[in-house]
Design a protein around this ligand. Structure first.
Ligand code: F42
Length: 147
C-alpha cells in the first residue's frame, strides 16, 4: 500500500541528509546515528495538518519483527511533530534495510511500555538521560508489520 504524496524533508538539515543518503543507498549507508555506530531505521508518516509525507530516522529497536518508536526528540520539552501524525493516523512505513514495509503503530503504556522501554534503553542508552531531562513521559509506540 505504501504512503504517497509530496515529500517535505525535515527542517533539520542533518536529519534530511541522513534520510536522503539512507534511501539512495537502500539502507547501506547513513544507517547509524552519527558517530555512535548504533543502527537506525527510517519511518514515513503523513503530516496530519499539511498532508505532506514526512520521514524520520529513529533508533533501531527491534524485537521479533516489531519496532519501538520512541518519541524522545533528544529529551526536548515537547513531543516531536511526528508524534501528532501518529496519533492522527497509525499507518506508517518502516525502512530497516533495502525495502520499506507497511506497519501500524500503537501507543503503549503500563507493563508493555516498561518492557519495550528497557529494550529501547538497551539499544540506545541515551534514551534514559532524555527521559530524565524531559518534563513529560516520552511516548513509546510499537510498530507492527501489516500485509
Ligand atoms: N528522534 C526521536 O524522537 N527518537 C529517535 O529515536 C531518534 C533517532 C534519530 C536517529 C538519527 C537521526 O538522524 C535522527 C533521529 N531522531 C530521533 C530525530 C528525528 O528524526 C526527528 O527529527 C525529531 O524527532 C524531530 O521530529 P519533528 O517532527 O519534531 O521534526 C522537526 C524538526 C520538523 O522538521 N518538523 C516539521 C517542521 O516543519 O517543523 C514538522 C513535521 C510534521 O510532521 N508536521 C506535521 C504536518 O502536518 O506536516 C504537523 C505536526 C504537528 O506539530 O502537529
Amino acid at each position: 500500500m505504501g504512503i504517497e504524496g509530496e515529500y517535505e524533508p525535515s527542517t533539520w538539515g542533518w536529519v534530511a541528509e541522513q534520510v536522503e543518503e539512507y534511501e539512495a543507498s537502500n539502507g547501506t549507508r547513513a544507517n547509524t546515528l552519527r558517530d555512535t555506530g548504533l543502527p537506525i531505521i527510517v519511518m514515513t508518516t503523513v503530516g496530519h495538518k499539511t498532508g505532506k509525507v514526512r520521514k524520520v530516522p529513529l533508533m533501531r529497536v527491534e524485537h521479533e519483527g516489531e519496532y519501538a518508536i520512541v518519541a524522545s526528540k533528544g529529551g526536548a520539552p515537547a513531543h516531536p511533530g511526528w508524534y501528532h501524525n501518529l496519533m492522527a493516523d497509525s499507518h506508517v512505513t518502516i525502512q530497516d534495510g533495502p525495502a520499506p514495509f507497511d506497519a501500524e503503530v500503537r501507543l503503549v503504556d503500563g507493563d508493555e511500555r516498561s518492557v519495550w522501554w528497557h529494550r529501547s534503553v538497551e539499544a540506545y542508552p541515551p534514551y534514559a538521560e532524555y527521559q530524565e531531562k524531559a518534563e513529560r513521559q516520552i511516548p513509546l509506540f510499537i510498530a507492527s508489520p501489516v500485509d
